[in-house]
Design a protein around this ligand. Sequence first.
Ligand SMILES: Cc1cc2nc3c(=O)[nH]c(=O)nc-3n(C[C@H](O)[C@H](O)[C@H](O)COP(=O)(O)OP(=O)(O)OC[C@H]3O[C@@H](n4cnc5c(N)ncnc54)[C@H](O)[C@@H]3O)c2cc1C
Length: 425
Amino acid sequence: MTEAPSEPVRCDVAIVGGGLVGASLALALAHLPLEVMVIEAVPPLDPKQPSFDAKTTALSNGTARIFAGLGLWDEIAREATPIRQIHVSDRGHFGSALIDAKEQGLSALGYVAENRRIGAALWRRLSGVARLQVRSPATVSAVEAHPDYVVLTVQESTCVTRVCARLVVAADGAQSLVRQASGVAATRVDYQQTAVIARVMPERWQDAIAYERFTPDGPIAILPAPEGRVVVVWTLAPLVAERVMALPDATFLSELQDAFGWRLGRFVSVAERHSYPLALTQASASSAPRVAIIGNAAQGLHPIAGQGFNLGLRDAATLAEVLADACGVEATVDVGSEEVLQRFTAWRERDRRLLIGFTDGLVRVFASPFAPIRALRSLGLVLFDLSPTAKSALSKLSAGFAGRLPRLARGLALTRDAHAKVSAP
Ligand SMILES: Cc1cc2nc3c(=O)[nH]c(=O)nc-3n(C[C@H](O)[C@H](O)[C@H](O)COP(=O)(O)OP(=O)(O)OC[C@H]3O[C@@H](n4cnc5c(N)ncnc54)[C@H](O)[C@@H]3O)c2cc1C
C-alpha cells in the first residue's frame, strides 16, 4: 500500500535522471556549496539501466577533457580504445576520405568506451560525494513549479516523497517527463531508421581505425574495441533491421560482409545484437522557470556523427560553470533564478543549433537515394579528402572544440578560484 506524502525534502538542485549526462552533472557539482539530489528511476548497476546499456560511445577529445576535470578520465581511459584514423567511404561510388589524428596535431580523434563502464565509473565516484543525496530506484511522476521553488513528486517503491528544490534539472532522456510537465514543447522527427549494434570479431583487426561506410541501405560505422573486436553500428530501415536482428549469426555476418566489404578480412563471429529506433528530438527551449534541460531531454540526435552524449556533456559542463559562478558571487544565491537560467540558455544556443544542424544534415545527405545528390556526395568526399582546411574544421567541430567552451572543456578547473590546469588528453 502506498503511504501518504510526508513533509517535502529540501535541496538546492534536484537532478532528475542519473544517466550519462545527469550523473556527470552531479559529479561536476560535487565541490560547490550546494545541496544536490539525484533522482534515478533505474539503479546504475541494474542490467535494465537504459543509459548504461549495451551501447558503446565515441567520446570526443572535448569530453575526455571534461572527464579529466571531473577526475574521471584516467579510469575511463584505461578501458577506452583510441581512434587515430577515420576512413569514410561510399559503397559503389568512387569517393573516399581519411581523417588522421596526426595531421590534425592530435594524439587521437576520439575514444570508444562502453556505456556500462562509463556509468560504473561515474557512480563509483558519486558514492563518495559527501553532500549528494541519491534516490534510486525513484521515479519523478509530477512537477509543480512555484515562483521560488519546484515541488517534485517522487515514487520510491511503496512510498511517495515530495522534493522541494530551487532548481530542477531535466536529465531524464528524450521522453523527459520534467520537460513536458514544465510546458516546454519538443519536436520529434522519426528518421524511419533503426540502429543495429553488435560486437563482431573480424579476421584482421586494425588498431585505432574507425570506418564510416555509406551504403544504399544506410550507414555502417565500425569502431575499434578491445580484444581484437569491433563494434558495428548498422543503420537500416526498421523492417530490414527487424529481419537482420532475427538472422542466424552466420547469415548476419555474411550480410554485414556484403554491405561493408573486406577491409577487415572475414567477419568471424558476432555477440548479442541490440537495436535502437532513431529520431531527432529537439526541445523548443533549454529552460523553463526554475528548470534547466540538458542531455537527451534537450536534444536527442541520430548517432551518425557520434555527438549526442558529447553535446549533452557540454550542457552539463556549462550548467555547472554557470552555477559555480553564481555561487562565487553571493553566498545565498538563488540557483534557480531567471538570471542564472538565462545565462545557461543563451550560452548553449549556438552549440546546440550547430550540432543538431550538422548531424541532421549528414543523415539527410547520406540517406538520399536521389542520383544527383549521391553523385555530389561522392565528389564531396573526394574534395573533402583533398582539403586540409575542411578536415581541420570537421575535426574541431567533432572534437567539441568549436565555439565558446565552458572551463572544464578547456582543461581548466570548474571554479575560478581553483587555478589548476587539469591534466587532460
Ligand atoms: C545507437 C546509438 C549510438 C550512440 N552513439 C553515440 C556516440 O558514439 N557518441 C555520443 O556522443 N553519443 C552517442 N549516442 C547518444 C547517447 O547515447 C545519448 O546522447 C546519451 O545516452 C544521453 O544521455 P542522457 O543522460 O541525457 O539520457 P539517457 O541516457 O536517456 O538517460 C536518462 C536517465 O533518466 C532516467 N529517467 C527517465 N525518466 C525518469 C524519471 N521520470 N524519474 C527518474 N529518472 C528518470 C532514466 O532511467 C535514465 O537513466 C548514441 C545513441 C544511440 C541510440
